[in-house]
Design a protein around this ligand. Structure first.
Ligand code: NAD
Ligand code: DAU
Length: 349
């Protein structure tokens, strides 16, 4: 029986991955490893939490001895590594948290893998990474597999460091690995601090919607389920030691995304003039201008293609948030309120 770890499995993308694995692989043991920080919630995986092939372990990957204990009980064949501090704005406020989890935590995992996977070739360390490691583009161009790393925020620097460690451990100790770098995910269960869920929750609560700078920064959006299908396919059939770019060729300026959501909200809820909530606020320091991904051709050769258009995905997402007020309530903690005040008080007054 294959044992599969998903670190960060109670977070946004991780929860979608865990759900697929638990359902698609009844003969595998799926182990969710998550510290349940402000961004991780058992509510995200409630529907599979008690499945017979699933085990949840509250564990901090920055704690090497705790990880060793988990390994002794549930030695993995595959590790999907998603646990991370993932929010750029928070990385600007507290960079060291990002070093502890994203760098030290990742190296802790690699260290144990190096020691315990000696002589095993049918194992896999799958590093889920970001397009932000490539830096910022101007008006034109795309990130490709050969674009050099040029991280520019504490978040992206910590993810780049982790990616480098994964490659170094693959090269030096022979750990079979795959890295995939993806753009901005959106969909159900995304913590309401990122642009799309923040906009949706503010629409519901009729609060100002903060748009940084002039709203012209461009992001490359992908529906979370399309990302997760790509990860699963690459784990099964991707080349070990390879880096893949995952994207849906869907670049949009932020203001376009926010305005579209306002109009969609008006249509679905029979409201008027939600665009009046849009509020331009002080920009993010060091704000990367544009991300755009040229997805790896090998992904398409394996038969992957994004299935969900941006319009369909945003509608699904908005409807999900509208029908899950209890989830929104449950995931917002006192810590979130403190963060929100720190991040937006001056900006929104
Ligand atoms: P998220 O913030 O929603 O979830 C992160 C999860 O990691 C949470 O459940 C949290 O509790 C857990 N975690 C944090 N620190 C931990 C620690 N020290 N030990 C154990 N668990 C810990 O993040 P997400 O958006 O789901 O992103 C998942 C991964 O995908 C991250 O590695 C991120 O860098 C990467 N990624 C995200 C996006 C995106 O748009 N969201 C895009 C590309 C790549
Ligand atoms: O590109 C992939 C990355 O996308 C992931 O690696 C990160 O984990 C994920 O958080 C995301 O990073 P961004 O910084 O692009 O996401 P965020 O949702 O925070 O911001 C998206 C854009 O919207 C960005 O240009 C900043 C802007 N923004 C964001 C917030 C929270 C606003 O204008 N107002 C806001 O209040």
């Amino acid at each position: 029986m294959l044992t599969i770890w998903v670190t960060g499995g109670a977070g946004f993308i991780g929860s979608h991955l865990v759900r697929h694995l638990v359902r698609q692989k009844p003969d595998c043991r799926i182990i969710t490893i998550d510290a349940l920080t402000y961004a991780g919630h058992l509510a995200n995986i409630a529907d599979v939490l008690h499945a017979s092939n699933h085990v949840f372990l509250k564990t901090n990957i920055a704690d090497a001895s705790a990880l060793r204990e988990v390994w002794d009980s549930y030695p993995p064949d595959w590790i999907f590594h998603l646990a991370a501090e993932s929010h750029v704005d928070r990385s600007i406020l507290s960079p060291l948290d990002f070093v502890y989890t994203n760098v030290v935590g990742s190296v802790n995992l690699l260290e144990i893998a190096r020691q315990r996977w000696k002589g095993h070739s049918d194992v896999l360390f799958y590093q889920v990474s970001t397009d932000e490691v490539y830096g910022s583009l101007g008006e034109t161009g795309f990130f490709t597999e050969s674009t050099p790393y040029n991280p520019r925020s504490p978040y992206s620097a910590s993810k780049a460091a982790a990616d480098h460690f994964v490659r170094a451990y693959g090269h030096t100790y022979g750990i079979p690995y795959i890295i995939s770098n993806c753009g901005n995910n959106y969909g159900p269960y995304q913590f309401p601090e990122k642009l799309i869920p923040l906009t949706i929750t503010h629409l519901i609560e009729r609060k100002p919607i903060p748009v940084y700078g002039e709203g012209k920064n461009v992001r490359d959006w992908i529906y979370v389920e399309d990302h997760v299908r790509a990860i699963l396919l690459l784990a099964e059939r991707g080349k070990r030691g390879h880096t893949y770019l995952i994207g849906a060729r869907n670049t949009r300026p932020n203001i376009e995304v926010v305005a579209y959501l306002c109009d969609l909200y008006d249509e679905i809820t029979n409201t008027q003039n939600s665009r009046s909530l849009i509020t331009y606020v002080k920009d993010r320091p060091g704000h990367d201008f544009r991300y755009a991904i040229e997805p790896s051709s090998h992904l398409f050769a394996l038969g992957w293609a994004p299935k969900v258009s941006f319009e369909e995905g945003l509608r699904e997402t908005l409807l999900w948030y509208l029908s899950h007020p209890e989830w929104i309530e449950a995931v917002r903690s006192e810590e979130y309120t403190q963060y929100y005040i720190q991040q937006y008080k001056e900006r929104l007054g």
